[in-house]
Design a binder for this molecule. Sequence first.
Ligand SMILES: *[C@@H]1O[C@H](CO)[C@@H](O)[C@H](O)[C@H]1NC(C)=O
Length: 368
Amino acid sequence: MILLFIIIGITKSNAPGTLSCLTFLSEFLCEEPGYCIWDGTKCLDYTQNQDCYRINEIGACRDNGIYSSVGGSSLCEPLSKLENEYKNVCGITNIVDYNYVRYPIITTGFSTHSLSGLTVAQLKISAPQQNYIYQVLSVNIQIAKNPDLQLILDLYKTYEGELVKPYIHCPYQIEKALVQTLQNLRDDTTSLSSGDKQATMMKFWSIVDVYLKRLQIHKKNYQSYNYFLNFLQCSFSRLFMTLKGQGHTITISWSKYKKNGLIQLISYSPKMFGITTALSDVIYVNILGEDAMAYTDIENMKISYIQESGTLTNVVRKLKFITDKIQIPHQVMTYTINSAACDSTERECEFSFPSPLTNSTFTFYVEQ
Ligand SMILES: *[C@@H]1O[C@H](CO)[C@@H](O)[C@H](O)[C@H]1NC(C)=O
């Protein structure tokens, strides 16, 4: 009888995701099962449900797993739908939160060298040249620790003159670097100083500027969705652009302009920047005339926010504006734009900008 219990005990404890993390005694043993964190000296369970997205072993969230609601800490749920594209298997709820989508980490190559063996420093000092550009793009951003990540972003900036030329497979190449940078920063488990986070974000936004320059010569109408970082561009003559976020759609429309030009949008995850009360993504808007100069002479710009399902109460909501998109967490301005009372039948809120616009760039989100 005792033997039977021991056998049952062993079988049970061997099921993936059921052993307490404290039982793993080295960094390797700790990381291998895919549901624990090594704090430098010991192996620990996650204790915050914001960390559920980091788990790779779905057994840890299923019944009897250490984070499950049946027989565990009730921290995480297994996702009900799995996508090839991403790695997430557990969440706070059983739906993947776009703020926390994890793209698989490709471990080929190096974060300090190009694939042909040139160091990041060598690539940087050799006068940026066309035949090195693919060496630059081969440095692995995903596996870089933060100091190396910052050096890679500096390297990209050095190559700006090459990156904005039409011959390279941009904008995709720069876009990939931006998505990987944001994921790297979000998922860094070392305790980064706020100075390092901000320095990384400052470099991130300077590469965004390079990207937006490249996009201008790519094609007029463009969009690319990556869950927590999305890119859109269209010409003024389209009169509207639509951004799809999780469970909602934002439409930006306008009616008049004096010459043609481009509206560029970058939308990104609010939670990564400490905003937990947003209904929409954070949206950075950049408006340019045909001459690539900042442009504001656009009339009747409106934002329509539509929630896909559930209820949206018919109260007045606010557009909030970000003071400085480098800061983590983001700070908001006292300036806001109020909606008319939202329409609870259509689940829609509408906001009107000053007409004509007063700013050619601004960053906002829709507040709950
Ligand atoms: C518009 O630009 C002015 C001047 O640069 C700035 O002070 C203000 O905060 C900007 N407004 C928004 C909503 O970004």
